[in-house]
Ligand binder design. Structure first.
Ligand code: ATP
Ligand code: MG
Length: 362
């Protein structure tokens, strides 16, 4: 029995369409060989170029399509040259996270053998952890309701709620359990905060403790965000699942991407109770748009996370296994230095990078 999954596709701005096209082709190729699943892709407009042309960054029909889809693929949105009247960049992805209540931003940090990294790893020191960034509140809460007074003072709000934090920590512990069961993690969840300075983070940590008490079989601990930045460079192999607030997660996930060897390798998923968006961590890279040299690997790895998530939530083992297969195809290409684009130290074009993955899937 083949089940058809509806996928909403946001091509976005800059290199967005260039990295989305080969990703959708790879997914279509895998679905064509599958006994159990197929896809209907529905491409919808949004983003900075759309805002410049039509005065709307996230049209209501696009959001409606996303809402009724089984999953959402999003490349990158925003252009430095196009801004809202308050001077901020067009970022409908943040609106989508809020609208669909995608509270768990999942950012795997994995150093793939064969990819140069700034770290000098010794034998046995494997870096493979997941950073979970709360994605609907925290220090991003005041987006759209900023308070700038008389060109003299500006205020933003840090918001932590019990409801979202409980869901976030539940998600973190169940991910740690799944990783441990799959032999990939040590069963450790680290709460990253700044509880020594902010009452909001002391509250965050208190809710973390409550969830940790429900998982006596897991190791739970805390780290201040500043110390975490240091440890991510000094001893990143100690981490398994890390869970943190919105802005801390934003910053640490770029640090994680740096450890991996570049933004072009960093995938992400934004997951809620009923919806999920899969998109690379990088932006729309307008400096290289239209040249055919963008690295599609982070987008493809995000699509692999989508297969994994759809497979697990719909109990479709073939699809979940195909998610692993797609990720391993990217890792195998990197290990062979095949299809490696300029940002990662290679010479391949976007098309050659995608072809290297297709060859390893065949
Ligand atoms: P955002 O604010 O949307 O996160 P940003 O300002 O962080 O965007 P990016 O668009 O992520 O910037 O680009 C940062 C740098 O990384 C640029 O030089 C860009 O060309 C490069 N870059 C980002 N993504 C890719 C990619 N997929 N392939 C090659 N280079 C990339
Ligand atoms: Mg960025």
């Amino acid at each position: 029995m083949t089940k058809t999954f509806k996928i909403a596709v946001f091509n976005g701005d800059g290199i967005g369409p260039e990295i989305m096209r080969p990703t959708v082709e790879l997914l279509e190729g895998m679905a064509a060989q599958s006994q159990s699943y197929s896809f209907v892709f529905n491409t919808v407009p949004a983003g900075a170029a759309h805002y410049a042309a039509h005065g709307e960054s996230l049209p209501a029909p696009s959001l409606a399509t996303a809402r009724t889809a089984d999953a959402i693929l999003l490349s990158a949105m925003g252009l430095p040259s196009v801004r809202y009247p308050d001077g901020t960049e067009i970022s409908p992805q943040i609106e989508i996270r809020k609208e669909l209540n995608l509270y768990a931003g999942v950012r795997p940090v994995r150093i793939v053998p064969g990819q140069p990294t700034p770290l000098a790893l010794k034998d046995g020191q494997a870096v493979d952890f997941v950073l979970i960034r709360e994605s609907t509140e925290g220090l991003f809460h005041s987006q759209g309701t900023r308070d700038v007074r008389n060109d003299a003072e500006a205020y933003e709000t840090l918001k932590i709620t019990r409801e979202t934090s409980e869901k976030l920590f539940r998600f973190a512990f169940s991910l740690a359990e799944a990783r441990k069961a799959a032999g990939r993690g040590s069963g450790r969840v680290t709460c990253v905060d700044k509880a020594n300075v902010f009452a909001a983070f002391a509250f965050f940590r208190k809710i973390f403790d409550e969830e940790a008490a429900r998982h006596p079989d897991m190791t739970s601990d805390y780290a201040y965000v500043d110390a975490t930045a240091l440890w991510m460079v000094e001893k990143p192999w100690v981490f398994d699942v890390m869970v943190t607030e919105n802005m801390f997660g934003d910053i640490l996930s770029d640090l994680g991407a740096g450890l991996m060897g570049g933004l072009g390798l960093a995938p992400s998923a934004d997951i809620g109770d009923d919806h999920a968006v899969f998109q690379p961590c990088h932006g729309s890279a307008p400096d290289i748009a239209g040249q055919g040299i963008a690295n599609p690997f982070a987008m493809i790895l995000s699509a692999a996370m989508m297969l994994d998530w759809l497979g697990v939530t719909h109990e479709n083992e073939e699809m979940a296994a195909d998610g692993v297969r797609l990720r391993e195809a990217v890792e195998a290409a990197i290990a062979d230095r095949a299809g490696v684009t300029r940002d990662l130290g290679g010479v391949a074009s976007t098309a050659e990078a995608a072809a290297a993955i297709a060859a390893r899937l065949a």
